[in-house]
Design a binder for this molecule. Structure first.
Ligand SMILES: NC(=O)c1ccc[n+]([C@@H]2O[C@H](COP(=O)([O-])OP(=O)(O)OC[C@H]3O[C@@H](n4cnc5c(N)ncnc54)[C@H](OP(=O)(O)O)[C@@H]3O)[C@@H](O)[C@H]2O)c1
Length: 294
């Protein structure tokens, strides 16, 4: 990184749920360039398809130089990826390789946002950063391939940040869906046999900046502290949002078959991030309460 002039950082997926939040918490002294397929507030360069290596080259040539990249863009349609793994692979896998080669050539750090879906979910204790991945879905395979290509191309500058169960002020997510359903219904069935940690983008976005600016290469797990099932998440959400008169009934994954398999248990052990920042992300319930009040 250079000490001359402001530090310029490229943020991909700038119109997305996480990327848009990353743009709202840019540390002092940093100039950010947001890019996405579509336009949105904070998206300076729209229409860049990261699955196209030439588009990435043009982006760097026209809008660089950059001193760091936070890569949040991804093919995130988990069920659709089962039918179109080739496209998901180009976006989630190959684009990481292209970005990483470019970052390696420029000698700049690259933060790649990844997922708990790289794990098979058969564990019963939290997955550490060096636990063995074994994805059980097309989405998980393509995200793991992105990690692999980034590390292969840029071993000293790549920081992979795996997160899970995201929600936040922008975009479509579980709490938004549940609160909408609760307007029209007096009972909801919610899956009670998948366990993870709901993670607010309000908590995660500042952590991504810390990983970029103070972190080292390698893998960081980044999720809110403590865990629950989707049923537990929905129940806490309605309670904290003050919604009354809606019964939340637990059900099994088998009752709601989906094209892509989900890990049954995907709690992440986030010790490396906590050591970097001096504290872990907030416990999921208090992060949820902060989000509802925001
Ligand atoms: N959501 C979760 O629960 C979760 C959990 C773990 C990890 N993650 C990871 O967190 C990151 C952010 O996820 P998110 O939930 O914020 O997803 P999101 O809202 O879908 O944002 C992703 C953004 O990437 C863009 N994009 C897709 N294909 C692209 C392409 N070919 N070129 C350029 N941009 C492209 C999308 O544009 P379009 O909308 O126009 O396609 C979207 O704006 C992703 O890496 C995801 O894998 C998410």
């Amino acid at each position: 990184m250079t000490n001359e002039g402001p530090m310029r950082v490229l943020v991909t997926g700038a119109a997305g749920m996480l990327g848009s939040q990353v743009l709202l918490v840019v540390p002092d002294g940093i100039q950010v360039v947001g890019t996405d397929l579509t336009d949105g507030s904070g998206v300076e360069v729209a229409g860049v398809d990261l699955a196209d290596p030439d588009a990435i080259a043009t982006l760097f040539a026209k809008h660089g130089p950059f001193h760091g990249v936070i890569h949040t863009a991804a093919y995130t349609a988990v069920d659709k990826a089962e039918e179109d793994e080739a496209l998901a692979l180009r976006v989630n896998g190959d684009a990481c390789g292209v970005l990483a080669r470019r970052c390696a050539a420029d000698g700049i750090p690259l933060v790649v946002v990844s997922t708990d879906f790289v794990f098979d979910g058969t564990a019963s204790t939290p997955y550490s950063e060096d636990a063995q991945p074994n994805p059980v879905s097309a989405y998980g395979r393509t995200k793991l391939e992105g990690e692999r290509q980034a590390f292969a191309a840029h071993p000293t500058g790549t920081r992979v940040v795996r997160t899970q169960w995201l929600y936040g002020p922008r975009g479509k997510h579980f709490p938004g869906t549940i609160l909408n359903l609760a307007k029209d219904r007096d009972s909801l069935k919610v899956v009670d046999d998948q366990t993870g940690s709901p993670t607010s983008t309000l908590e995660l976005a500042p952590a991504l900046w810390d990983v970029l600016l103070k972190g080292e290469s390698g893998i960081y797990h980044a999720a809110c502290e403590e865990s629950c099932t989707w049923h537990g998440f929905a129940s806490a959400l309605l309670e904290l949002a003050g919604v009354e008169g809606v019964e939340v009934t637990p059900c099994s994954t088998d009752e709601f078959p989906r094209p892509a398999r989900r890990p049954t248990y995907s709690v992440l052990e986030c010790g490396r991030l906590a050591a970097l920042r001096g504290a872990p992300l907030a416990p999921w319930r208090s992060a949820l309460s902060t989000y509802l009040g925001s």
